[in-house]
Write a protein that binds this ligand. Structure first.
Ligand code: BGC
Length: 874
């Protein structure tokens, strides 16, 4: 019996949970499950809106991010949409999908008929206390629907009638606040009642006004006053609208949070709690009237991604007590979030928490945190029962916590680590028969989770935690495979665009905060600024999102044009300060930019690569003049690269390192003969390094791929399996549960690298997962959004199987292999409806297949014939 055609409800932009959006023409996507021979020839969309149903028919097979086909939505509107898909004449159609509810919030600045309100505090040093704001209000009848829209300069958490609103954490997250501040919405219908009601808010400094940055950092970066803006949209059963907003009627008081900062941690004193403060009937006569504060409503923007949420809770793996009574808690996983406690004891007793990623000599190693003290404290209330507490407005990167207690703390009933990050949907998985490789992959997943808290950061623990452009540039292919990170990255790219300098320079990190030295004002740096081209390109590749390409097009062009001008039109970029192959393990620990590879070579290679990608973007956007322009620019850079860096006599690169060869191969900068030579040379360089890599941030992501392109998969695999340092697996033997910043963040003897930049949670070197997905298991996109899939697994004798799975915009795709005999394997592939695949077997033969499950038997190696067939192994 053939399977019926079924289609899921339309999905709105890149969101997977229901929330109000800030766009009047949201793009819709749907996924179909159908028999293998079926393909969509048209789709019908129905919109239920203003008590009417409208229907449109769209010819063709489009199902991903389809432009809104109806009239633009208005602010504060709720509509429903559903879809039905049709195959060719003789083929079946689906039933209608379930309805999706689509809700808009304030779409323009004028819709924010609310005042921004704040407390009048005069605290000049940080960390500062949080404040409470409240207001009573009356409603005649229970509303049919009530949506609360809110945002802040600072961080906020809302309550209505004594109940916490929603489950968002660290709202509104960090964006380039002078340009964009995210608003969020909550359905609060169930929290309201006829008669008296109360709305209340906690407001804290967060990124807006707290201390950020290294060397002591900076405070009040975006402003000196925190403020809250809220709009409660009420609908009566008859459909009438009324609003209750933040305004002068609110009052403020100090909160029991006596000090809070993202880097410093949080202190909470229960003795300052005011019972019932967010409920009606509370006497707020001792509170002060709020101040009305300036807030540019034009900066308010609806959510592009899910909010930050508490995603997971972890129990301690071990708890040990030190001689002086401190508890050292090991959660068994380096993670990002906070510790939640349940305690009993006398009033006024104190608990203190410190955090660290690793232990040194049995104690928390906090030196790598630099000036991020990451200490929380709690003063007990002394209730008859247990007291629950966790900090609200701070997060830490830690695996270990140290808890100190004053004498009257009787019992700690539970200790939990709460993992916080943007609530992205997991869409990519990898498994294989080697537990170490699986652990490596798991470590990469955890480093992504810890560094996707609202924006992509370098690290989550020390006094840095910034949106470093180079880090996400190399990691984006993995990030977009593992999680649906499209919304988060689109949001961050808007900040990149907003903060790009007039001359086209892309800051080293975005949002940009004062950094001094080389960092601010920023100068153009290869591999970092290229994020402006390569991250949008990667997003389109993964999610078929042409929208992000058009949105980022001007920014990408301005970057590439700037570099062209830096090369004075020659294509050779040797003139500026570069980080080069940052953190190459042979560089002196305190001078990470001084690696083996000529920074000018790296810069010129990146210029050629970005110009080429930009030409592809131009092609996608139908900008033919630009296609020609950037293709020529890339060719110029390639020619300059050859001229300057290829030694004509030897045919080798004159800055001969693993990184230089890997970049030249992976970025297609050499002619075929030289490429082959570079491949062999690369193998030799690895051999000369006794089977080790000597690559940093920019060489590492392309090292294995370059070996595969030149048919040295065995050498690539051996590097991946290397257990001695520097290597990917070495940290695992030292207990790593995340990816480290340096190959030797922890030294052989278990001590922490003395360098001042030693993080244990940096995703950049985890870029290797791309090779694991695409080469080892064999799953990658061959066209935007995986409409075409490349299945090209590469088995190795020491493994029994490897498999990768990815939920593409069309549905689940899977590729993998398992061993049958010493030299034959079974290759399997699962292709979703709407996609097709090119399957390249290890024996070199190629097959073109459509949707469905496919199995092939193949020799596990190329034979002579196969070798020829698979030439050009890109
Ligand atoms: C960060 C990075 C970044 C680098 C560039 C470091 O401090 O943690 O990962 O890319 O600086 O200089």
């Amino acid at each position: 019996m053939s399977i019926p055609v079924t289609v899921g409800p339309p999905r709105v932009e890149h969101l997977h949970t229901r929330m109000a959006i800030g766009t009047s023409r949201p793009r819709l996507s749907w996924r179909t499950i159908a028999p293998p021979s079926w393909s969509q020839t048209s789709a019908e969309l129905e919109l239920w809106c203003d008590r009417e149903i409208r229907r449109v028919r769209l010819d063709g097979d489009a199902s991903v991010l389809v432009e809104w086909p109806f009239d633009a939505l208005r602010s504060f509107q709720t509509v429903r949409a559903r879809v039905r898909v049709h195959g060719a004449a003789s083929k079946p159609s689906s039933d209608w999908s379930d309805w999706s509810t689509i809700q808009t919030g304030p779409l323009s600045a004028d819709d924010w008929t609310a005042e921004a309100i704040g407390a009048d505090e005069q605290v000049s040093t940080t960390p500062r206390p949080a404040v409470l704001l409240r207001r009573d209000f009356e409603i005649n009848a229970k509303p049919e629907a009530a949506m609360l829209f809110a945002s802040a300069h600072g961080l906020y958490e809302l309550e209505i009638n004594g109940v916490r609103v929603g489950d968002h954490e660290l709202a509104p997250g960090w964006t380039s606040y002078e340009h964009r501040v995210r608003w969020d919405s909550h359905d609060v219908t169930a929290l309201l009642r006829p008669g008296d009601n109360t709305i209340g808010a906690w407001v804290a400094d967060g990124w807006y006004r707290g201390r950020l940055g290294w060397n002591g950092g900076h405070r009040d970066i975006y402003g000196t006053r925190t403020s809250l803006i809220t709009l409660l949209d009420l609908r009566s059963p008859g459909g009438e609208r009324s609003v209750i907003t933040s305004d002068a009627a609110w009052r403020f008081s100090r909160a029991p949070i006596t000090a809070t900062g993202l880097l410093e941690g949080e202190s909470y004193d229960t003795r300052l709690e005011q019972d019932g403060w967010s409920s009606p009937g509370f006497d707020d006569s001792g509170w002060s009237p709020v101040n009305i504060l300036p807030f540019d409503r034009n900066t308010l923007e609806g959510p592009l991604a899910e909010p930050i949420r508490r995603i997971e809770e972890r129990r301690p793996q071990t708890i040990t007590e030190s001689a002086d009574g401190r508890l050292i808690v090991d959660f068994g996983q380096n993670l990002v979030g906070r510790v939640a406690l349940k305690v009993r004891g006398r009033a006024g007793e104190v608990l203190r928490l410190r955090h660290a990623e690793v232990l040194e000599h049995g104690e928390l190693a906090t030196r790598p945190l630099r000036d991020a003290t990451a200490e929380d404290s709690y003063v007990l209330r002394g209730l008859s029962g247990a007291e629950h507490w966790h900090p609200r407005f701070t997060i830490h990167g830690f695996r270990y916590a140290e808890i100190s207690r004053s004498d009257g703390v009787d019992m700690i009933e539970s200790i939990t680590a709460e993992v916080l990050h943007t609530d992205m949907e997991r869409i990519g998985w990898f498994e294989c028969s080697d537990p170490l490789l699986e652990r490596l992959h798991e470590n990469i997943v955890w480093s992504m989770r810890g560094n996707f808290v609202g924006l992509p950061t370098d690290c989550p623990q020390r006094d840095e935690r910034l949106g470093w452009t180079g880090d996400i540039q190399v990691f984006a292919p993995v990030a977009t495979f593992l999680f649906d990170s499209a919304g988060l990255l689109t949001s961050w790219l808007r900040d990149v665009a907003a903060e790009q300098y007039d001359d086209g320079t892309v800051p080293w990190y975005v949002p940009e905060i004062p950094g001094g030295d080389w960092w601010t004002p920023a100068r153009p740096g290869a591999g970092w600024g290229d994020a402006a081209v390569l991250v949008p390109w990667t997003l389109h590749r993964s999610f078929a999102d042409r929208g992000v390409l058009s949105e980022q097009y001007a920014t990408a062009k301005r970057w590439v044009d700037l570099i062209d001008s830096r090369t004075v039109g020659t294509g050779l970029w040797t003139s500026d300060f570069q980080l080069g192959d940052w953190l190459d393990p042979t560089a002196p620990p305190d001078r990470p930019a001084e690696g083996l590879t000529d920074p000018g070579l790296v810069a010129t290679a990146y210029h050629s690569w970005s110009a080429r990608r930009l030409a592809e973007i131009a092609q996608e956007l139908g900008q033919q003049d630009d296609v020609a322009r950037y293709t020529a620019m890339s060719a110029r850079a390639t020619a300059a690269f050859r001229e300057e860096f290829v030694d004509e006599q030897k045919g080798l690169l004159n800055s001969d390192s693993q990184t230089s060869n890997a970049l030249a191969i992976a970025f297609g900068l050499l002619d075929p003969q030289r490429e082959e030579l570079a491949g062999r040379n690369l193998v030799e360089l690895v051999e000369r390094a006794a089977g080790h890599l000597t690559t940093g941030f920019l060489g590492t992501p392309v090292l294995l791929e370059a070996l595969s392109i030149t048919h040295h998969d065995d050498a690539a695999f051996a590097l991946l399996m290397q257990r001695r340092s520097p290597s990917w697996l070495h940290p695992i033997s030292l207990g790593a549960t995340t990816i480290w910043e340096r190959w030797d963040s922890m030294l052989e003897d278990g001590s922490v690298n003395p360098g001042d930049m030693t993080s244990f949670n940096h995703y950049a070197l985890g870029a290797v997962a791309e090779w694991m997905h695409a080469r080892l298991a064999g799953l990658s996109a061959d066209a935007p959004g995986y409409r075409k899939i490349l299945v090209r697994p590469q088995p190795f004798p020491s493994l029994d199987f490897a498999r990768a799975r990815h939920r593409t915009p069309f549905g689940i795709a899977e590729a993998g292999w398992s061993r049958r005999t010493a030299n034959s394997i079974e290759v399997t592939a699962e292709i979703p409806t709407g996609a097709s695949a090119r399957i390249v077997l290890p024996n070199g033969t190629e097959h073109h297949v459509g949707p469905g499950s496919h199995t092939f038997i193949s020799a596990d190696r190329l034979d002579e014939v196969g070798q020829r067939a698979s030439a050009g192994n890109r």
